[in-house]
Design a protein around this ligand. Structure first.
Ligand SMILES: Nc1ncnc2c1ncn2[C@@H]1O[C@H](COP(=O)(O)OP(=O)(O)OP(=O)(O)O)[C@@H](O)[C@H]1O
Ligand SMILES: [Mg+2]
Length: 518
């Protein structure tokens, strides 16, 4: 719950308006809110809520009178701080004031107070005091004031009890509204954070054919509300894709909620997803919203879906099939409007065959399948990704974008990247840090596993047979590899290999590589 109270909102709440009206019409009593310092809140310019009792009206319209009322409000607030329930005090002009503390958690936020009446048991003395106050401060038309004094509201003990209940109701309503407002605020804050992240996430990088195919699928699926299963090895960008789908969909202004299904045991995951009601298990001290509810109108990303137990899979299937779920400990079904995206690095089809994953859930999730290519299947994207991460690092450190020395780049291109994009990203970040102020990053800074890898493709050189054949084979493989790496940029490859462009074209022809380039 937030610490700041949104006083200005309370005035707009219908129940509070009604209660105020009621009290004002019946008894000419006004209800006001003060903050913890005793300042009148929720009414523009710190005025009092429209007093209907003629004497209070006159007093609040007069500068000195108003100052007196403010003083009373402050004193009342201070006095109410330690009281457990309603407290009765006396205002500077002699009226009674009833105040009830507002506490959020253990913090005193101020009070609601009702004033402008006299109490039956002390009515005569109070009338006397009020008349005296008016004689001193408003010496004109004393006779008229006396009429108002005579017609003041006198509350019996029972009526005072009733008024107390009404003021308590106002406090209860304030607490309720404040709770809703702070949840709303948290939601907005979370949404903003998500949007910022998205900005930082940049777009997906990759120009290779598999990535182009992926973009095409993504473009088509963003518009729909279909469930999507994103599959791919570790660190291939599954979450990045899920975010991209959400932020390019009609749901972009609502929440994107991630749940890592592998991080919870069954009981916790169920309560995390569907929420629970107070008392449903030890520790459930109050009702708690589940992530399904949090994601209402937005997207729920079920990450690591392959790690959920079969029992949990049944519950998820129900939500996907019927759109309904039941909070833990509740008997009431809830319905939500949530788009589901799921991701896993496991081979769900094989798991289905081994009865480790429910077939019906698999088909429900797999309405549209997005398979993210591993980095080794799109090696031509490596340079682009390296560039992207170098720029990203420069943005973070506010230094010039670094460059990678030739031998270092060769090692980077030859590595197999079992950890995919994430591993590459981490390696570049590490290189940027270790290279310090150097603008060019040398191979010496590479992680040992990358520095020490031999170029795999060429590790099986032929060392027998005719030298001519072995050289030709090496030549063919270097050209083949180079064409793929440079995306068939023959001028660049010719430069790299130290031969003429025409010479390269001849060799490409000789080895029949052109056809394979498509
Ligand atoms: N195509 C891409 N372009 C730019 N950055 C990418 C790309 N793919 C992945 N990344 C980056 O790599 C990192 C890992 O991506 P992400 O977390 O989305 O992968 P994941 O498949 O969910 O990984 P895991 O299997 O470990 O959950 C992130 O920092 C992400 O920004
Ligand atoms: Mg992930």
């Amino acid at each position: 719950m937030t610490k700041s109270v949104r006083w200005e909102e309370f005035d707009k709440i219908l129940v509070i308006q009604r209660l105020r009206d009621l009290v004002s019409r019946w008894w000419n009593i006004q209800i006001n809110f003060t903050d913890e310092k005793g300042l009148i809140r929720g009414v523009p310019e710190g005025k009092f809520f429209n007093p209907t009792n003629m004497i209070c009206k006159m007093i609040t319209q007069d500068d000195r009178g108003f100052t007196g009322c403010r003083g009373t409000a402050q004193q009342t607030t201070v006095e109410t701080m330690n009281s457990k329930s309603a407290k009765i005090s006396r205002c500077h002009a002699g009226f009674s004031a009833l105040s009830v503390p507002i506490r959020i958690g253990n913090k005193y936020m101020g009070c609601v107070f009702a004033d402008g009446f006299v109490h039956e048991s002390t009515a005569a003395a109070q009338r006397e005091a009020i008349a005296a106050y008016l004689r001193v401060n408003f010496p004109d038309s004393v006779a008229e004031h006396q009429k108002h004094v005579d017609s003041l509201t006198v509350l019996s003990k029972k009526e005072l009890q009733y008024l107390t209940e009404l003021v308590n109701l106002v406090v209860a309503e304030i607490l309720l509204v404040q709770r809703d407002l702070s949840t709303e605020k948290q939601k907005v804050e979370r949404l903003h954070k998500e949007l910022e992240q998205r900005y930082n996430f940049d777009r997906m990088v990759g120009r290779s054919a598999p990535m182009q195919d992926l973009y095409q699928v993504l473009e088509r699926v963003c518009e729909s509300d279909a469930t999507i299963l994103i599959q791919g090895e570790n660190g291939t960008g599954k979450e990045l894709i899920a975010r991209a789908i959400h932020y390019n969909s009609a749901r972009q202004n609502n929440s994107f909620v991630v749940v890592n299904c592998g991080a919870f045991n069954d009981n916790l995951l169920e309560s995390e997803l569907f929420g629970h009601v107070k008392g449903s298990f030890t520790g459930a001290v109050k009702d708690r919203k589940g992530l399904f509810e949090e994601a209402d109108q937005g997207t729920l990303f079920l990450d690591e879906i392959g790690d959920t137990s079969v029992a949990m899979q049944v519950k998820m299937l129900r939500v996907l099939q019927e759109g309904t779920y039941t909070p833990v400990g509740s008997t009431q079904q809830q319905r939500g409007n949530v788009r589901i995206l799921a991701a896993t690095n496991k081979d769900l089809a094989t798991m289905v065959r081994k009865n480790e994953f429910r077939e019906d859930l698999y088909y429900r999730l797999n309405v549209i399948n997005v398979t993210v290519p591993a980095l080794r299947e799109r090696r031509e994207d490596i340079t682009l990704l390296i560039d992207h991460f170098l720029q990203h690092n420069a943005g973070k450190t506010k230094e010039a974008v670094k460059i990678i020395a030739k031998d270092c780049m060769e090692k980077l291109l030859n590595h197999d990247w079992p950890g995919n994009v994430r591993e590459l990203e981490n390696e570049i970040e590490r290189l940027c840090v270790l290279s310090g102020r150097d603008n060019e990053i040398a191979a010496a800074f590479l992680s040992p596993r990358i520095k020490d890898t031999l170029p795999d493709k060429f590790s099986d050189y032929r060392v027998h047979g005719k030298l001519k054949d072995a050289l030709e084979e090496l030549e063919r493989r270097m050209i083949e590899d180079g064409l793929e790496r440079t995306r068939w940029n023959k001028s660049r490859l010719a430069r790299e290999l130290g031969i003429s462009r025409a010479g390269l074209i001849m060799k490409v022809d000789k080895y029949g590589l052109e056809k394979r380039s498509g």
